[in-house]
Design a binder for this molecule. Structure first.
Ligand code: ATP
Length: 235
């Protein structure tokens, strides 16, 4: 579904991604783990066109997307849930969800998707007329994921969904991520600091260090790898 080939991304003169090669297959959950500042968020922003690469190719369903604007990338079927949630605090829950549909005009299907996210996260239905900024951190994360789903993505990019959340809410959100993957066949690319949780839900994982991928394997094998355990799982 997605291939990154020799991707190099810079902020000004500073090279952050050195030569990234990755692959995401249709229907998988893959996770990318690594220390703070390794470049995980930059990979997601490179895919979604926010920070285009200076070198390399990104193929989505076989077509190059590395020179395409972010709105066109959303239209192709890639949606990103940014780190720190970034919902619209003064818009209601419903209005935030509507923002996810800005490229769609299939009104009947949009209504179905809205019912679907309310079924995934019933609390959002209860709070539908409340401004997003009045929701708790966990509810805002649910809203950010739901807003991305409203674009009906084929590939969902999630940047640290567990950030700042209580463990019980994190577990709940990870269960829903698995459900979205299973029920809609939505492919998931998950960036996480909570490596143990992420590797448990992922089919495959990548480990990143200072701008490079240093290891890739199944989620289970990485979870049981002694170097990964020592460096990222605190075991
Ligand atoms: P974290 O887990 O802390 O979010 P990360 O692995 O996602 O880290 P990135 O956010 O991709 O890492 O950052 C990679 C590197 O790029 C870091 O050294 C960071 O300071 C730097 N960086 C990020 N954004 C910018 C920017 N806009 N301008 C300059 N440097 C940046």
């Amino acid at each position: 579904m997605l291939k990154l080939k020799n991707i190099q991304t810079f902020y000004g003169n500073i090279q952050v991604l050195k030569d990234i090669n990755m692959e995401v297959k249709q229907g998988e959950i893959i996770t990318l783990i690594g220390a703070n500042g390794a470049g995980k968020s930059t990979i997601l922003m490179t895919i979604s066109g926010i920070v285009p690469p200076r070198k390399g190719d990104i193929l989505f369903q076989g077509n190059p997307i590395q020179n395409i604007n972010p709105d066109k990338i959303v239209a192709l079927g890639i949606s990103q849930v940014p780190e720190g949630r970034r919902i619209f605090p003064y818009l209601t829950v419903m209005e935030n969800l509507d923002m996810g549909t800005f490229l769609r005009n299939d009104v009947f299907e949009i209504k179905k998707d809205m019912d679907y996210v309310f079924q995934l996260f019933p609390i959002l239905s209860e709070r539908r007329n409340q401004p997003g900024g009045t929701l708790s951190g966990g509810e805002q994360q649910m809203l950010a994921i739901s807003r991305a789903i409203m674009a009906r993505p084929k590939l969902l990019l999630l940047d640290e969904p567990s950030l700042g959340l209580a463990p019980i809410i994190t577990t709940q959100i990870f269960n829903i991520i698995k459900k979205i993957n299973r029920e809609n066949n939505t492919t998931i690319f998950l960036v996480e600091q909570n490596a143990s949780l992420a590797l448990k839900v992922a089919d495959r994982g990548y480990v990143m260090e200072t701008g490079e991928i240093i290891m890739t394997d199944t989620g289970d094998n990485l979870f049981n790898n002694k170097d990964v355990k020592k460096a990222y799982l605190g075991i």
